[in-house]
Design a protein around this ligand. Sequence first.
Ligand code: EPS
Length: 376
Amino acid sequence: MKLTIAGDSHGKYMVAILEGLPSGIRVDEDLIRRDLFRRRNCYGRGKRMKIEEDAFEIVSGLWKGITTGAPVTILIPNKAANPVKDVRSVPRPGHIDYAAWVKYKLPDLNIYVERSSARWTVALTAAGALLKSLLREFGVEVLGYVTKLGNVEARDIPDNFEELKKRRDESEVFCPDPEATKEMIAEIDRAKEEGNTLGGKVRVIAKGVPAGLGSYSDLFEKLDSKIGALFFAIPAVKGVLIGSEEMWYGFDYLDEFEIENGRIKRKTNNLGGIEGGISNGEDIWVNVYIKPIPTTGKPLDSVDLRTMKPEKTPYVRSDVTAVPPASVVCEAALSVVVSAVLLDHLGEGNINDLKRRFENEDFPCWDDGFWKEYDR
Ligand code: EPS
């Protein structure tokens, strides 16, 4: 499966193209609508999100609402299709401005923002939400939530998945801890007043991922390599950590095996569901570190690249924090990676054939017959 994302932040459309999907997936457009709404509608967002409606359209690869196996194209119109007119020559620390100017050598920093603005994550969100219709055929569910915003850390995070989802959905900042939610909202209000911006952390869990996805052979096919590659492409992501953040002692960290009802299980899940680049059957846990948005209300020190004189950064329309929307975007990113490795494993064709392959897969069997195969 391959995902391509194109479109300029202030161009006519944002575009996601998904290639290599099986035929016969009934696409639930409500799932896409809901995730696009969540990405747009959270506390700490700025004026652009009040303009956009994200009224997406799927223009290829569907027949009567089911996938045909042809590339699926999702178009999301930009209502704010109005590129900035004034040439900008003062780079913001933390944005693409300076590094792209050095590489691409075009005379307006606004040009680079068209690709690197977080606007393109609307297309990633739509693609990931579409893939939820595939994942649920295999009993896989993905959930993202905020664990830290500015200085406030979530303390009360339920273990139960349904409760976690319910509480996450009740929070304006997508944090499952109601007390921490209030503090995070106050933190955003304070930052806005000061012209500051906030970083934080989000966690994404993929539940029900079968063991055996990924690879130990090709270094770039490892499941964790693929997670890192896509997550680090998301603007503002500075760190990706799989599993527990507490990894100082082997006795505390390593997930011991046990047998429950004749099946192999783990006593804990500190490794986050991946060992040696392959899923191990436990839930996949990804902790993502999000930096503060580069456009601050209070100017920062910079230089004017035209005059080579010190200058203060300009203020352009922006958000106070990208952390709550990042939890939606990261949820989509994990849906994309898990779908990709699942389809690598099950191959092409109709969804029902893939499901049969999935259900008929043998667990390795350590009996005499198994060994004789190799005894030649
Ligand atoms: C965003 C779209 C952008 C910004 C923001 C997120 O739109 P505009 O530049 O027209 O205001 O609101 O992007 C950034 C914070 C950034 O630094 O680029 C979006 O759709 O998520």
